[in-house]
Design a protein around this ligand. Structure first.
Ligand SMILES: [Zn+2]
Length: 295
């Protein structure tokens, strides 16, 4: 992968949103007069909750969407973000990302393994007696169970973030059917298929989490209308934001957005699934010396 990857983006796209979202001054999007999702105004619905344009769970403290009503906020949080939360939770523990209240703690189903972050931000790991350590590589392999999640809801959460970051309302016209799709409880009603997410795992985490929303330049064809890129902790996720303006045939394989870091592992994940699925993954943790290990 190289910087040349990003030529694809600069040649075909304009950036309509770019933010660093973990630290800094608060940013308010919209004026709170109406909800951009259900279209209701102040007389028809309420706007009392603070709606985060990017979930608080991945560390967004500063970007607030004013144009999201309480009913839509509740719907997205229960039907979409809850799945995204489960899909990303163990990674957030390791990246020490503080959500609404605290950094999440991981506990295995049998409660034999527990991973948490102490007050000094050190990671504490409790593993069953007899767990094998790889002393040649100074590492431990820990199987991590993810709570069941619906893949399509994870994808829709990312789309919802992209739409929440749009400041110029005119840009929303391209996503009117997209809005209906993310507000549809029934995930079997497809809009874009397959739902592929391009991921990059970075050995070094990025504390300066960022988002990019790319919108196709005028006169450009055959590439998706919009692409959303978001980083948090050790991950970079990249998706196509579906639009009815996309023709039936467009370039589906998008180059990976390039970040100048060493040891980056790219992988495409298919999030088309509409049923809850369980997932388990082996995490390999490296420690510096045996002295780091407290028994
Ligand atoms: Zn609404």
């Amino acid at each position: 992968m190289s910087e040349l990857n990003n030529l694809f983006f600069t040649e075909n796209y304009d950036i309509i949103s770019f933010h660093k979202y973990r630290y800094g001054q608060k940013k308010f999007i919209g004026n709170g007069n109406h909800c951009r999702f259900c279209k209701k105004d102040k007389n028809e619905t309420t706007f009392s909750n603070k709606s985060h344009a990017i979930p608080e769970s991945i560390g967004n403290k500063i970007i607030i969407l004013c144009d999201e009503c309480d009913i839509c906020n509740k719907f997205f949080s229960e039907n979409l973000e809850d799945h995204f939360d489960k899909y990303t939770k163990p990674y957030r523990t390791f990246a020490r990302i503080k959500g609404k209240k605290k950094i999440p703690t991981y506990k295995s189903k049998d409660e034999q393994t527990r991973i948490s972050v102490d007050k000094d931000k050190d990671i504490e790991i409790f593993i069953p007696v007899g767990s094998k350590m790889d002393e040649t590589h100074n590492s431990i392999k820990i199987p991590i169970d993810f709570e069941p999640y619906i893949p399509a809801a994870v994808y829709k959460t990312l789309v919802k973030m992209a739409l929440s970051l749009i400041e110029d309302e005119k840009e929303l016209e391209a996503f009117q059917i997209t809005i209906k799709w993310i507000m549809e409880k029934d995930h079997s009603k497809h809009f874009l298929l397959p739902l592929k997410m391009q991921t990059q795992f970075m050995e070094k985490d990025i504390t300066d989490s960022f988002v990019f929303l790319f919108r196709r330049k005028e006169k450009i064809e055959n590439v998706p209308y919009a692409i959303f890129v978001i980083s948090f902790g050790n991950w970079l996720y990249q998706i196509i934001v579906p639009s009815h303006l996309d023709g039936d045939s467009f370039l589906y394989e998008i180059p990976y957005f390039y970040i100048p870091l060493e040891k980056v592992f790219p992988k495409t994940v298919d999030l088309s699934g509409i049923e809850k699925q369980s997932f388990s993954n082996n995490f390999i943790l490296k420690y510096k010396t045996m002295e780091n290990l407290v028994f």
